[in-house]
Write a protein that binds this ligand. Structure first.
Ligand code: HEM
Length: 556
């Protein structure tokens, strides 16, 4: 007989068992629904937000420590392994990289309005007046206005023409300087002379003075300028971990941010003095009722004379303010000098390594220019083989290995992959020039590969005039196989001047001199290792011996 207690216990147990079964059932159902959700709903969501492939990431640092001293080479090998578009997580920053012409076109042209911004890095904040310049400013009305000032007032064909005489003087000083060294049997440090040539051209145009050579501004000022610009270039090029790992800024073991603040102050003092000098000059000319002649105006004079603009807030300024002027000067110095000097050094290194290329360049120069005068700017368009040499130099040694990194302003898609807003974009121009899918024998320096498709090399050199059908363009073509000056909204506004500075220095040096490595060094032993930075110079300065090949009176 079942007593009441046992009955209650059985009842309770049955109830509990039912409850447990029910819970198990519920839990099971929950799991199944989760699983279904994961495999269908999340899968389709993940499909929609599928990032491009890329290497495995570590917690917190992501892929940061998979990048070494030459990040452009590491990123190119990721593209080799994972495909033309690679996703990287750099600390807390989303990033993509590519070395593929079609994807580059998609980013720079088709989706230009999404990708034409810049990341606000600490270097840009400290060294470009809080991103108040052109080159490092995020996309927006401020960038637009500063870029317009560059294009409409500083880098116009007319304004650049007004500096033609300065450029000719600098080209002659370059030749003369090397002549003096050659007479003494000295080895020429090409980094030094080419750096001086670019810097003098730029500072004469910007500031109205030069810092290298006999007629330079006082030695104290020249020395200070040189030091501070070297530090500026170095800091702009460095990959600072604080930009990717916020906690790094607390440690900052190399004192990078402190250096940035120090250089920021020294550069600002320098620019302040330059502006004061220009205001004084303007004041004294006005007092004597002498306006500065338009042809005599350097960029600072031009900027000081521009009217301010109403930015829609009703507080129209009478003039550009000093911070804007300083930011523009800063940009021009950083963007114009190193790029052309580094390109010239690479071109000289490759040509001296390949004596048969030097011979062909000189054959062309002897036909187009002859040996009775110096090269002038009007000859440059006709030096087709030399232009191929410059293109080949840009293929192998682009001045900006990642352009200047871009940033996306909103979520988008490329090739079906999801690219979140604020993704940093590393367009690998070094990898593009060595992409085996578009170039053969990538390590061979062969300018002939850039001849126009129907161009026969011999004929091309012999016909000195350059019709548009056989002209050799130095910027990118429709195929995007090289990209020296970029494309789209952010493309280099100084390209015409950059091309002049590069071609003029090279044409003069190859026309005036035969070049050989220092005694005991074989041509092919000239090293071609690079170091990474905002620009990508040769690791070691190029040293060479120059032997004059024109009548002596031309060098004076
Ligand atoms: C051989 C010489 C030069 C080369 C190879 C070169 C190359 C470049 C490259 C690759 C960029 C980045 C484009 C991008 O991020 O998409 C750039 C930007 C820029 N360059 Fe040049 N450049 C040269 C000379 C010059 C000169 C002579 C000037 C001015 C006097 C100049 C002014 C600028 C400026 C202001 C920018 C920033 C544009 C912007 O962000 O809107 N560059 N250049």
């Amino acid at each position: 007989m079942i007593d009441l207690t046992s009955f209650v216990i059985v009842l309770l147990c049955t109830y509990l068992l039912n409850l447990i079964n029910y819970s198990i059932f519920l839990f099971g159902a929950y799991l199944i629904s989760k699983l279904l959700h994961f495999s269908f709903v999340d899968k389709s969501k993940r499909e929609i937000n599928r990032l491009p492939p890329g290497p495995k990431q570590w917690p917190i640092v992501g892929n940061l420590f998979q990048l070494g001293q030459l990040p452009h080479r590491d990123m190119a090998s990721f593209c080799e392994k994972y495909g033309p578009l690679v996703y990287l997580r750099l600390g807390n920053v989303d990033a993509i990289t590519t070395n593929d012409p079609e994807i580059i076109r998609e980013i720079l042209v088709q989706q230009d309005d999404v990708f034409a911004s810049r990341p606000r890095t600490l270097a840009a904040i400290h060294l470009a007046y809080g991103c108040g310049d052109v080159a490092l400013a995020p996309l927006g009305p401020k960038w637009k206005r500063m870029r317009r000032i560059c294009m409409e007032h500083l880098l116009t064909t007319k304004r650049l023409e007004s500096f033609a005489k300065h450029r000719a003087d600098e080209a002659q000083s370059l030749v003369k300087d090397i002549w003096t060294k050659a007479q003494k049997g000295q080895i020429v440090d090409l980094r030094e002379v080419l750096g001086g040539f670019s810097m003098n051209n730029v500072t004469r145009m910007l500031l109205g003075k030069q810092y290298f050579g006999a007629e330079s501004a006082g030695p104290q000022e020249a020395m200070e300028f040189m030091h501070v610009t070297h530090e500026l270039f170095w800091l702009l090029g460095v990959i600072y971990l604080g930009d990717y790992l916020p906690f790094w800024r607390w440690i900052d073991p190399h004192g990078c941010e402190k250096k940035m603040r120090d250089v920021e102050k020294r550069i600002d003092d320098f620019h302040r003095r330059i502006i004061e000098e220009h205001r004084k000059k303007k004041g004294s000319k006005n007092n004597n009722n002498n306006n500065i002649d338009d042809d005599e105006m350097d960029f600072v004079d031009v900027l000081l004379s521009l009217p301010g603009e109403d930015e829609g807030d009703g507080n129209g300024k009478q003039h550009m303010d000093d911070v804007e002027i300083k930011a523009l000067i800063q940009d021009m110095i950083a963007a114009a000098t190193d790029t052309s000097a580094v390109t010239n050094e690479w071109a000289m290194a490759e040509v001296i390594r390949h004596p048969h290329v030097l011979k062909k360049i000189q054959e062309e120069l002897d036909i187009v220019v002859g040996s009775g005068r110096m090269v002038t700017e009007s000859d440059l368009i006709n030096l087709k083989y030399l232009r191929c040499v410059v293109r080949e130099t840009f293929r192998m040694h682009p001045a900006g290995p990642f352009l200047i990194p871009h940033e996306s302003i909103r979520d988008t898609k490329i090739n079906g992959y999801y690219i979140p807003a604020k993704t940093r974009v590393f367009i690998n121009t070094h990898g593009l020039g060595r992409n085996t899918k578009i170039w053969d024998n990538i390590d061979e320096f062969r300018p002939e590969r850039h001849l126009p498709p129907n161009g026969d090399e011999k004929n091309m050199i012999l016909t000195s005039s350059s019709s548009s059908s056989n002209r050799v363009e130095i910027s990118h073509g429709p195929d995007f196989k090289i990209l020296p000056f970029s494309a789209g909204k952010r493309k280099c506004p100084g390209a015409p001047l950059g091309v002049k500075l590069v071609l003029m220095a090279l044409a003069r040096l190859f026309h005036c001199y035969d070049w050989n490595p220092p005694n005991g060094v074989k041509h092919q032993d000239i090293d071609t290792n690079e170091v990474y930075g905002m620009t990508m110079p040769k690791a070691k300065p190029l040293m060479a011996i120059a032997k004059p090949r024109l009548p002596p009176h031309l060098y004076q």
